[in-house]
Design a protein around this ligand. Structure first.
Ligand code: FE2
Length: 297
């Protein structure tokens, strides 16, 4: 697949790896939005180029914007990038960052984001961890646009969780705030072990192309008892459960035609996300038209 022409996707900052994934002077090759790229690191300076065929070889050509932030390397393929999400919790010295990314998933970036926003699957997919039957009801919550309509916030989300984190020793009602910034980034604020505080968890999707992604993420932990390895295992256990479900969903791209999938009341965050994708005219990773049964996808 060649580089997408969708201006909405092209102007996004997209994670291509944790900073520690890119080794000194070793070409780090990957793909973003259908475009092959290569990243080179010299000390803390990163250079990224698109790879194009020249005399039968893929060679580094057009330079690509690159930034390092939030423990990750980000690129933007367009000349003018949409502002990157501001996560002020990264400036809090009490917090410890654990990166947990690089998981390959055969689906669209939008399916990944929707799954991350969906509390309804907790009791069935993350049984005994993030949910448990018979407590399956989703209580009402609010969805609104913020940050000059670039972010979709879902607030006042509450869910009973048997084991909300590695450190949790009893079940409890867990409070969630979901913050979706553009099509590929979701940040979650979740009740922390410390009274009144929130852990911060981010999912950063690298769309390789419309139906193949790598998923990166971080957890900003407040409490000191959990080791990095324990926190990593917790996130990976949860995410690998999600991957099994995600790779079975068809079509891989999400239909944006309103009547194609009828959302339940509990899907308010997902509905808000789809409305946003429609409003900005997103083409990459979605099916803008209604798909007739039996037609090729
Ligand atoms: Fe999940």
């Amino acid at each position: 697949m060649s580089k997408t022409t969708d201006p909405v996707a092209l102007r996004e900052w997209i994670v291509i790896g944790a900073i520690t994934d890119v080794q000194q002077a070793v070409p780090y090759r990957t793909r973003v939005l259908g475009q092959e790229i290569v990243c080179l690191r010299k000390d803390d300076v990163f250079e990224v180029h698109e790879l194009h065929e020249l005399d039968g070889d893929l060679t580094p050509q057009r330079p690509v914007q690159v930034r390092t932030r939030y423990g990750h390397v980000w690129v933007c393929l367009a000349g003018e990038a949409r502002p990157m999400i501001e996560v002020e919790e990264f400036a809090d010295p009490r917090r410890r960052m654990i990166t947990w990314g690089g998981v390959y998933v055969r689906t669209s970036p939008q399916r990944l984001v929707e799954n991350f926003l969906d509390m309804g699957h907790f009791p069935f997919v993350h049984t005994g961890i993030l949910g448990a039957e018979p407590v399956t009801e989703i209580r009402d919550y609010k969805v609104e646009l913020r940050a000059e309509e670039a972010e979709i916030w879902a607030t006042e989300c509450m869910f009973y969780q048997p084991k909300a984190s590695t450190a949790a020793d009893t079940g409890r009602d867990t409070s969630y705030i979901y913050r979706t910034s553009g099509p590929f980034v979701v940040v979650l604020y979740k009740t922390a072990e410390e009274e009144g505080a929130f852990d911060n968890i981010g999912m950063l999707v690298q769309p390789l192309d419309e139906e193949h992604c790598r998923v990166f993420g971080y957890t900003l932990l407040l409490e000191a008892h959990t080791t990095d390895t324990e926190a990593l295992h917790f996130q990976q256990t949860v995410f690998l459960q999600d991957r099994l479900i995600l790779e079975q969903q068809t079509p891989r791209r999400i239909p944006l035609y309103e009547k194609n999938e009828i959302p339940a009341r509990a899907d308010a965050a997902s509905v808000g996300y789809r409305r946003w994708l429609r409003a900005v005219g997103m083409q990459f990773g979605v099916l803008p038209q209604q798909v007739k049964e039996g037609s090729p996808q």
